[in-house]
Design a protein around this ligand. Structure first.
Ligand SMILES: CC(C)(COP(=O)(O)OP(=O)(O)OC[C@H]1O[C@@H](n2cnc3c(N)ncnc32)[C@H](O)[C@@H]1OP(=O)(O)O)[C@@H](O)C(=O)NCCC(=O)NCCS
Length: 161
């Protein structure tokens, strides 16, 4: 059974994770634990309970803000002119040995669910992500993310009211 867990260096084998993007591998191998401890990001991993050490995918979430002028005109009209609170999907990746099996979809779903839960307690208007390349951008657009006006590699997904 697939399960989402908080990254735990005692239990999860970070070094065997590879997604084909060096920066995203290095983040999990070297920086994710530190960032979790320092309160910079919360990192969650996807595992199969039959192989609980193997990381199948991961994502990180942090608090952030976005300038409303980056959003589409209709959205802007509803928002104040100062930066609005949001969450940032800092990183998201699925293991390259398990592509096209729905892990990416599951990871996004888990991240959005966490944001919807968190926004019951701390307001946030959208989930923002920085795509690491054109492929990643297309992937996020597939899930309804909209490119920002000034920087289309940053995309946002409204979390509803
Ligand atoms: C992007 C990534 C997470 C997708 O993971 P995956 O497990 O192969 O994707 P899924 O099997 O869940 O695919 C889900 C859907 O997204 C689509 N999809 C997958 N990769 C896509 C891409 N690059 N562009 C557009 N759509 C894509 C699939 O066709 C599928 O569509 P469907 O739901 O209509 O059938 C994975 O390829 C990855 O980790 N890439 C390297 C890291 C990366 O680029 N991360 C993005 C963060 S910057």
């Amino acid at each position: 059974m697939l399960e989402e867990q908080l990254l735990d260096p005692q239990h999860h084998d970070r070094l065997s994770f590879t997604c084909g993007v060096a920066e995203l591998d290095e983040y999990l191998h070297r920086f994710a634990v530190q960032q979790s401890k320092k309160g910079i990001a919360v990192v969650r991993v996807l595992i199969d309970t039959d192989m609980p050490k193997t990381i199948l995918g991961y994502y990180s979430l942090s608090a952030a803000q976005i300038d409303a002028v980056q959003m589409d005109e209709r959205t802007q009209k509803k928002l104040p002119r100062y930066p609005v609170p949001c969450f940032r999907l800092g990183r998201l990746a699925a293991h390259s040995a398990h592509r096209n099996r729905g892990l990416g979809r599951l990871l996004i779903g888990c991240a959005v669910e966490r944001c919807l839960e968190a926004k019951k307690h701390v307001a946030a208007y959208a989930l923002v992500v920085d795509a690491k390349g054109e492929d990643a951008k297309t992937f996020y657009e597939h899930y309804g993310f909209t490119p920002c006006r000034d920087n289309p590699m940053t995309l946002y997904l409204s979390l509803g009211s």
